[in-house]
Design a protein around this ligand. Sequence first.
Ligand code: F1P
Length: 360
Amino acid sequence: MSDIEATVTLPVGYETHTLYEILTQPVAWRAALAEVEAKQDLIKALWSSGRFSEILVTGCGSTHYLSQAVAPLLQQQLGIRARPMPASELLLFPETVIAPDSRPLLFTISRSGHTTETVRVAEAFKRKYAGQEIVTVGCYPESELVALSHLALVVAAGQEQSVVQTRSFSAMLVASQAAVALAHESQFEVMQTLPVLGEQLIATYHKLAQQLGQDKQFERFYFLGSGLQYGLASEANLKMKEMSLSISEAFHFMEFRHGPMSMVNEHTLIVALLSDRARDYELAVLREMRALGARILVLADQPVPENASDYQVIFNSGLPETQHGVLYLPVMQLLGYYRARANGQNPDQPHNLTAVIVLE
Ligand code: F1P
């Protein structure tokens, strides 16, 4: 495509690095699983150590949204308080986040490992909580955050030319979910099916994502997710904004009725990340929004009744939502990608953005 000026050689047959990296991301999921397997003894020892009373999970931008997906999983699976927050909040208002008598574990997530707020949080944490441990999940082994951490899960295969996070995000999610799964051994083994499931999903639904992304009847996008899915809905929303500059927002599923649904019209696409547990409540919301004129794209592990959706992406993974979260991502990344291309934008060079934000 002539409007794409490549700085690094584009993979043959791909119009942008971003598309290539989205379509091939299951390769990075395999690497993420291998990294966790290689460090499983250290991870299991940490989870069973009893050395911390709560877990602070933090990142910036996409990796803050990743912390929103990881923290509830940590709390649910480890039975210990885990709280997600942007690194800037933890840096500037720590007393609003950390309990006074806390013995915290700091769990940082950062593709680059260089983002200033996240690095400064780790430095301040080391000063204030000497002896408490820091875990980091990222894509670059030679980063400041890796140097500051006691345990680093690094997925170099997640590195990308894309400014916006795509395969890096999904690889870091797989690494995080796999690390948590080690708290219950059996849950880790079943995650080995994810890369093949991802490849099949991308092959099956790539065209649907392209069709919906290019469909100009849609002028506003709402991403709905609850529980483990809320962070992923927020990330999908950020992808739509970063790549296509569209009107889009993310909400907790049931929250959408409490005001935001006033925005629903016939130009609205609702992207619904269905959970296992609250599925019936979520389907009720979708039926109501459809009646208001919205078109509905459902992403779920099992098919849903026709009256609740216009389009369905079905994983058929057989995995519980504590392990199948990554399968929501590829279609939503492609949706934002193709909307950007339909708008004549170059996702490899998103408006106003850089890959890492380093402050003075
Ligand atoms: C954090 C981040 C990204 C965002 C953009 C700028 O980077 O804010 O989330 O999408 O690329 O940097 P990192 O700490 O995950 O490297």
